[in-house]
Design a protein around this ligand. Sequence first.
Ligand code: ATP
Ligand code: MG
Length: 277
Amino acid sequence: MSAVRSQREVIRGMLADLKMPGSLEAVDTILSDIDGGRLAATEAINRLLSAQVNLRNNRRLQAAMRSSRLPSVKTLESFDFSFQPSIKREQIESLHELGFVDRKENIVLLGPPGVGKTHLAISLAIAAAQRGRRVYYGTLVDLITSLEQAQAAGRLTQRLAVLTHPSLLVVDEIGYLPITHTGAVLFFQLMSRRYEKASTVLTSNKDFEQWGEVLGDDVMAAALIDRVLHHCHLVNIRGNSYRMREHTALHQTLLQSGDPESVVTARRTRRSKATPH
Ligand SMILES: Nc1ncnc2c1ncn2[C@@H]1O[C@H](COP(=O)(O)OP(=O)(O)OP(=O)(O)O)[C@@H](O)[C@H]1O
Ligand SMILES: [Mg+2]
């Protein structure tokens, strides 16, 4: 019995020495499960190592959430594919394996509001961060503002270098807000630097034909699209807004109750419950 205990202590000592706190925390339960005949050797090793990998991935994610400016945590697991049949599940799952980051390819997510463009862009960035890749998130307007500020402060070269460095840059919301011609030129410079050097995930509610209007310059938009699309996975989402799903379900429930007026009342009640006074 004491020999068993000392073996345990040796294992615990080695896990501590190797700086594997995830495995260290899990090891007692795993060994008890083995002793109780509830766990086979392969599964036991798998569990021991998974505990450490999970802990490391969570730590990486927490660090990335601080440095990458990701606005929220969205994952592939929480994405409901049945709601968005125009999306090819296999394509999205295979993109989450991140070969595109190694090959320095881009992804463009196109579609109307609420269809999951930002969700998938973030979940790709999170998957990359968990694998130890440097990621950065910004809306087009945020990124341009930061470049304009850097230019005004005489630090444009440094800022462009900082934004060229991440293995994965998310450029969200191309097309919602107007940008200046200077802003468009700065964005073009950024994308030219990243071309074939690092991956970018871009999202837009506008088809490519309208990007000239968005950037205020057809020729530059064509040159930008040419670079972006050269090594690119295009995800064209055609469907309903997930944001409206809740409202639609609520609306239908209340309509079935036969009192359309109660829709408004119910919304007000829900809102006042959600907003503390
Ligand atoms: N298929 C889905 N499964 C689960 N949640 C989803 C799905 N699609 C969207 N959502 C959720 O709905 C909300 C809106 O989605 P998202 O922000 O990704 O839309 P979007 O396409 O970026 O819209 P916009 O163009 O307005 O920015 C988010 O909270 C997102 O997590
Ligand atoms: Mg969005």
